[in-house]
Ligand binder design. Structure first.
Ligand SMILES: Cc1cc2nc3c(=O)[nH]c(=O)nc-3n(C[C@H](O)[C@H](O)[C@H](O)COP(=O)(O)OP(=O)(O)OC[C@H]3O[C@@H](n4cnc5c(N)ncnc54)[C@H](O)[C@@H]3O)c2cc1C
Ligand SMILES: *[C@@H]1O[C@H](CO)[C@@H](O)[C@H](O)[C@H]1NC(C)=O
Ligand SMILES: *[C@@H]1O[C@H](CO)[C@@H](O)[C@H](O)[C@H]1NC(C)=O
Length: 286
């Protein structure tokens, strides 16, 4: 009996030391990461605006800000050592290099709509690179092109295009809160698909940062990589910072209608026409 209680208490002591040392390791990791950033970015004012460690009061609200799957908010989920929300593309190479130097992986998050939370969860020590503040959109009406930064959501893109022109549009998703970072690098389908193809079919240039911290565009990344990031998932290859889009020309007036029919009604009509029954049909016309 005595031995058991002794071993229990030593087990607790052991666990306490273990949890302390893992806490120590964690605070070490983000201290070293921050120190590395301050060496590479040389502007500590900027760093304090873009880095959130677990001791920062905004850490949790920023982590949760674009989590769409509520069960990934529970405390039992893994959490990043650091969240970084860059304001400029030029800050990202340093983030990549410092994460590498400190043995942390990067989870890049644009709209946060990943079904499995891959943009903010990991089993290994990691940094969430949240692109929420990289969402600039510039439109060239003459050339019918647009540059959109990866942290924009498609609602921002559609809104900006409609503000600029009534006859330009972009074929992408239907859900307005999906981010262009994940959506376009995975293909991107929506109601304009039949006429204009996938979002990825209409991308003419891109900017990305590779594992060495190099900033690449279509020319410098080469044909194969440019092909791969338009459908193969951006996170497999690097960090996409912006897309250049070829905009579609659309009529100024758009007519939308929907027909609601119960299956019974349709079947009755079909039966009365040729005596056969139709399978259930749901109809949506754009
Ligand atoms: C409610 C809902 C509606 C949807 N509707 C549509 C639809 O109409 N059409 C459609 O095609 N799809 C749709 N999807 C699927 C959606 O396109 C994918 O889940 C997409 O990956 C989400 O992109 P995100 O940027 O919002 O997600 P995130 O969670 O930010 O990212 C998704 C994945 O892409 C990676 N990633 C994100 N940004 C970058 C980047 N800048 N560089 C490199 N990698 C990056 C992440 O690391 C993660 O692996 C929908 C999903 C949801 C949840
Ligand atoms: C550092 O960043 C801040 C905030 O972006 C900016 O106002 C300031 O001019 C920068 N300082 C230097 C030396 O670049
Ligand atoms: C994004 O930038 C604005 C300043 O332009 C800042 O107020 C805000 O806190 C930033 N958001 C995040 C999540 O860092």
């Amino acid at each position: 009996m005595k031995t058991t209680s002794l071993s229990y208490s030593s087990l607790f002591l052991f666990l306490a030391i273990l949890s302390c040392s893992s806490w120590h390791a964690q605070s070490h990791a983000h201290d070293d990461f921050l120190q590395c950033l301050s060496l590479h970015l040389q502007n500590n004012t900027e760093i304090s605006h873009i880095v959130y460690t677990p001791n920062n009061p905004s850490y949790l609200s920023i982590l949760r800000s674009s989590i769409r799957n509520r069960r990934f908010e529970f405390a039992s989920n893994p959490r990043p050592h650091v969240i970084v929300t860059p304001m400029y593309e030029s800050q990202i190479p340093a983030i990549v290099l410092c994460a590498k130097e400190n043995g942390m992986q990067i989870r890049t998050r644009s709209g946060g709509h990943d079904y499995e939370g891959l943009s903010y969860r990991s089993k290994v020590p990691y940094v969430v690179l949240d692109l929420v503040n990289l969402s600039e959109i510039t439109i060239d009406v003459e050339q019918k092109t647009a540059w959109v930064q990866a942290g924009a959501i498609i609602a921002q893109l559609y809104y900006k295009i409609s503000e600029t022109s009534r006859t330009l549009a972009f074929p992408a998703g239907a859900c307005p809160t999906v981010g262009v970072g994940g959506l376009f690098s995975g293909g991107g389908y929506g109601p304009m698909l039949r006429k204009f193809g996938l979002a990825a079919d209409n991308i003419v240039d891109a900017r990305m940062i590779d594992v060495e911290g190099r900033i690449l565009d279509r020319k410098s990344m080469g044909k194969d990589l440019f092909w791969a990031i338009r459908g193969g998932g951006g996170a497999s290859f690097g960090i996409i910072t912006a897309w250049k889009l070829k905009l579609a020309t659309v009529p100024e007036t758009l007519t939308i209608f929907s027909i609601s029919q119960t299956t019974n009604k349709m079947q009755n009509r079909a039966r009365s026409r040729d005596g056969n029954t139709l399978p259930p049909i749901s109809l949506m016309i754009y």
